[in-house]
Write a protein that binds this ligand. Structure first.
Ligand SMILES: [Zn+2]
Length: 459
């Protein structure tokens, strides 16, 4: 009798467990499905270009312009709009296609030849999208070198092409910003499109920073309409876009982690003609198709996606110092970072940045960072602070801290971490009118796991 009772009890427990498991599974599946459909239905529509539109697409590499904005460009030229493309680099530092073209480990000459090939491909793609070659410009900056230039401020030599300048313009951040500013002034765009600061490719992150600062300068000099907006597109983020491959019947959905982090997306439904032109343009980027054709095809979808400039991180209450920075004023949320959307970020929750808070007073600058999990001893946080005055002169400071170490330096630098939190106080003298940018990056044994992009701090 007793054993029969036990059996019955075990059976009921099993049924209960199964019920909860199935319910949880169904709930998760439903939540995921509804998140996807909601995302697409709720997205506002980006107005299609008009004849009077003057869109300027700034692309870090040849192919980014077509992947992110090919349909938009085709729709713009089809209504008679004067559209332009500016390529920051020639994509001349990508070893896989250079090796494919050279048939051997590439030499500096092979990398330079790849740059020429990619320029010709970019011009052919632009023609498919309805642009003349005079509407396309190349800045000749070093592929895979934009972040190093942004983080050092010094002159840079490409380890691929061995070049240190293009057309007399040195490979240096200040010169690059001014060159982009000159193109913007020369053209007078109504909108400027560039890659999002949370793109995974370091050149794309740096491009967002360079374009934002160039726009700030030309607006502050009165050389650009204040109404001209900066709109972002994204190319690389974790395993996005899903499903990979050629699915022109599907919609392109935003990376879910970026929707969750509060970024405001908009969709541009493509006309069948624009989609066909985009697909034809992508085929012109032949050197890229040989190494990542499936990825390129994943952007042949019914719509393109953009992040609108009004996007602000959700307003959260101010936070008091949690560890050691002891700021006089509480820090405020300045950046909300998508998390858990990439294998490296999943494996290292302590280096997966979630929220960045910042505050300033006369003595310096305070920062509090919340990660998704506890920071381990191998985790390092790098803080880059860059300030520009009205003339573009730079003041910069960079610090790298090991988590779980309390730092007290004579120059006033303080840092500490506990659990999910990292906090630092960094003296930097900024004057009124200076633009201050912060970038935070996390590393595990010297390998980058996550970065915030360059966040412009409120004045
Ligand atoms: Zn790119």
């Amino acid at each position: 009798m007793r054993s029969r009772f036990k059996k019955l009890l075990g059976l009921s427990a099993l049924c209960l467990c199964s019920y909860f498991a199935v319910t949880t599974l169904l709930f998760t599946m439903q939540a995921k499905r509804s998140a996807l459909t909601q995302t697409m239905d709720d997205l506002p529509i980006l107005p299609a270009p008009k004849a009077s539109s003057r869109p300027l697409i700034i692309a870090p590499h040849p192919d980014d312009e077509t992947l992110g904005c090919g349909g938009l460009l085709a729709m713009a030229t089809s209504v008679g709009a004067d559209a332009r493309i500016l390529f920051l680099t020639d994509g001349d530092g990508y070893s896989a296609p250079a090796m494919f073209l050279a048939g051997q480990p590439p030499s500096p000459e092979d990398y330079r030849e790849l740059g020429q090939v990619r320029r010709r491909e970019a011009q052919a793609a632009a023609r498919e999208l309805g642009l003349q070659s005079s509407q396309v410009r190349f800045l000749g900056m070093p592929d895979r070198g934009l972040m190093a230039m942004a983080q050092s401020g010094k002159e840079y030599v490409s380890p691929y092409t061995q070049l240190d300048q293009y057309a007399g313009r040195p490979y240096r951040l200040g010169a690059m910003i001014e060159a982009v500013a000159a193109v913007i002034v020369d053209y007078g765009p109504t909108e400027v499109y560039t890659t999002h600061p949370l793109d995974d490719h370091a050149d794309h992150v740096a491009a967002a920073f360079v374009v934002e600062e160039a726009m700030r300068r030309v607006k502050s000099r009165g050389l650009l309409d204040q109404e001209c907006r900066m709109i972002y597109y994204i190319v690389h983020r974790g395993d996005w876009p899903q499903p990979m491959g050629h699915h022109p019947e599907l919609s392109l959905l935003p990376p879910k982690a970026m929707v969750d982090a509060g970024y405001q997306w908009a969709k541009l439904p493509l006309t069948p003609e624009a989609l066909a032109a985009k697909e034809a343009a992508l085929k012109r980027h032949q050197s890229q198709r040989t190494v990542s054709g499936k990825f390129l095809n994943s952007f042949v979808r019914r719509n393109e996606l953009f992040v609108l400039p009004e996007a602000e991180p959700p307003k959260l209450p101010a936070l008091n110092s949690v560890i050691d920075g002891n700021p006089d004023e509480p820090v405020r949320l300045v950046h909300q970072d998508p998390s858990d959307d990439d294998a490296a970020r999943r494996l290292q929750p302590g280096a997966d940045i979630c929220e960045v808070y910042a505050g300033r007073d006369k003595r310096g600058f305070y920062i509090s960072v919340k990660a998704r999990g506890d920071m381990g001893p191998q985790c390092q946080m790098r803080v880059d602070l860059i300030a520009f005055d009205a003339r573009g002169n730079e003041t910069r400071t960079t610090h790298t801290f090991s988590a779980l170490q309390t730092v007290r330096r004579k120059n006033g630098v303080r840092a500490a971490s506990r659990g999910q939190w990292f906090e630092a106080r960094i003296p930097i003298s900024t004057k009124p009118g200076q633009a201050l940018y912060l970038q935070l990056s996390s590393q595990i044994v010297g390998v980058k796991v996550d970065q915030s992009g360059f966040v412009r701090l409120p004045d």
